[in-house]
Design a protein around this ligand. Sequence first.
Ligand code: GLU
Length: 284
Amino acid sequence: MDSTTLRENFKDKKRIVVKVGTSSLTHPETGLTDLITMEKLVRELTDLHNRGKEVILVSSGAIAVGRKTIGMKERPTRLSTKQACASIGQARLMMMYQKLFMEYNQVAAQILMTKNTLVNGENRMNARNTFEMLLTMGAIPIVNENDTISTYEIQFGDNDTLSAVVAALVQADLLILLSDIDGLFTDDPNKNPQAQFIEYVEHVDRHFEKMGKGSASDVGTGGMSTKLKAAKLATSAGADMVIANGADMGIIHRIVDGQRAGTVFRANRTEDFYLIDYLDEPTA
Ligand code: GLU
């Protein structure tokens, strides 16, 4: 299937996960919340919902919002500091989302997960049931890692992975990863002007995995390598995926309308797909 046909099908997708990174939600100059972007994001998601789609948002930003709330200049490195910032920031972040979603008469719900939520079969089933029930109720689940309690042993570490995990868990049809880059390039376009944009990935193989580079951003934790891992996970679970630039949140409806935006990855459902196989061992 060519990418045009694949994108045309996006109009019919029923269950859509959208992931937004800290870099899209904050102003680079100050690190403070970009309220206009956040407001547009909420409007776009509400509109998808109004079109009859089931929508799940995976939002980063807890640590960044917490850090700014207490006036911390440097990005926290100690685990306990990150956890405390996340605790303050997650509540603030949800307060902002609740306020904005309420303006559009939408019910937002919070789900915080750790890796244990998936590794433990009972927890995994409970999480899946909760998602299903919230979607049946017409709510928009807003997901983040439970940074406040997740230590190295039980953390995903980045929300690119988390969003692919959520897409797999709820058997979403489409995952949209919004970042500060237009999509996948043959090399880091910030460093190599010759880097070529890749519009379509039919199969995430070793060739593509090698293109992953680390994070260039001062706020997020995901780089291209976590996005490619997420693509491997989500496509193997049976979801199409798009990596696109969240600088203009209007890109969400353009993607769902089938327009050419970002890099699209085609679903390649693995018959014996088992979510746990795709999670990394703890690194620290
Ligand atoms: N869970 C982290 C937060 O909300 C973000 C992780 C990420 O940037 O991928 O701050």
